[in-house]
Write a protein that binds this ligand. Structure first.
Ligand SMILES: Cc1ncc(C[n+]2csc(CCOP(=O)(O)OP(=O)(O)O)c2C)c(N)n1
Ligand SMILES: [Mg+2]
Length: 266
């Protein structure tokens, strides 16, 4: 099987876990998780070199189900456990990630903290002579937090070579379009002005993501990934309500319509 076909199957399998977990728990944030499944699939299946200390920090913690899903596909968590234990009273996998869970590097949920933590990890690697990379993913609405830009400025100045920031630029935040609430475009130029190397990619193209995430660099890199919130579920794609809408078991067909069509066509 070709590499691209493998990644496509992996991403679809992870999307199914996200949807099953959302359905089982009746929880929201489905669109936020679906916009990063392709990014995390490429990261975990192709980019991260666990043996060399590479790590991933999910700063937009409300998309925890995507992280659990790719960790399950990578064999770190159990798929059935994730579906049964996500965002439930007494469940093992909270709606926002917690560090005691295997594979979870950052307790998150309060937006705006991941970049500073990632910067600290990257600086520690440099100080200790480790060649590890620290990947951190933030939402485009999360960029409204001032703490993100404090860390971005300091990172550009101190320039640890292993820092990689991925912006999930899906164009929506909790209560509106990013461009209407607070436009920070052109994002690439802003990161460049702070001394970062920048690449902009289609956040659903596995080939483009593999190239951007794996590119060698000797200073911090910002990867602006243009994505669709709710990707893979037509009822959610680009919809404002993809943030808060939740589904009940009798709505299963709506949630799975896009994925089932992809499978029939393959
Ligand atoms: C400090 C803080 N303020 C508000 C929230 C509530 N909140 C959760 S998700 C969200 C929207 C985030 O938008 P974005 O970063 O674009 O993520 P997306 O859902 O689009 O992936 C908000 C405001 C929060 N989690 N933390
Ligand atoms: Mg967003």
């Amino acid at each position: 099987m070709s590499t691209s076909a493998e990644l496509r199957l992996e991403a679809d399998a992870a999307r199914r876990i996200v949807l099953e977990a959302a359905l089982a728990s009746g929880s929201c944030h489905i669109g936020s998780s679906l916009s990063i499944v392709d990014i995390l699939t490429v990261l975990y299946q192709r980019t991260l070199r666990a043996g060399e200390g590479d790590r991933f920090l999910l700063s937009k913690g409300h998309a925890a189900s995507a992280l659990y899903a790719v960790l399950a596909r990578a064999g770190v968590l159990g798929e059935g456990d994730v579906i049964a234990g996500y965002c439930r009273d007494g469940g093992t996998y909270a709606g926002h990630p917690e560090r005691h869970v295997p594979g979870v590097e950052l307790t998150a949920g309060s937006l705006g903290h991941g970049v500073a933590v990632a910067l600290g990890r990257a600086l520690a690697d440099r100080a200790d002579g480790r060649d590890a990379r620290t990947f951190c993913l933030v939402g485009d609405g999360e960029l409204d937090e001032g703490s993100v830009w404090e860390a971005v400025a300091l990172a550009g100045h101190l320039a640890p070579p292993g820092l990689r920031l991925i912006v999930d630029a899906n164009g929506f935040q909790g209560l509106g379009r990013v461009g209407e609430v607070l436009s920070l475009e052109p994002l690439g130029e802003k990161f460049r002005a702070f001394g970062w190397v920048v690449s902009e990619v289609d956040g659903h193209s596995h080939a483009a993501l593999a190239c951007a995430l794996g590119a060698p660099a000797r200073r911090p890199v910002a990867i602006v990934a243009r994505t669709v919130k709710g990707h893979g579920v037509p009822a959610l794609e680009g919809e404002f309500m993809s943030h808060y809408r939740s589904f009940r078991p009798h709505e299963r067909a709506i949630l799975f319509a896009g994925l089932d069509r992809i499978e029939e066509a393959a």
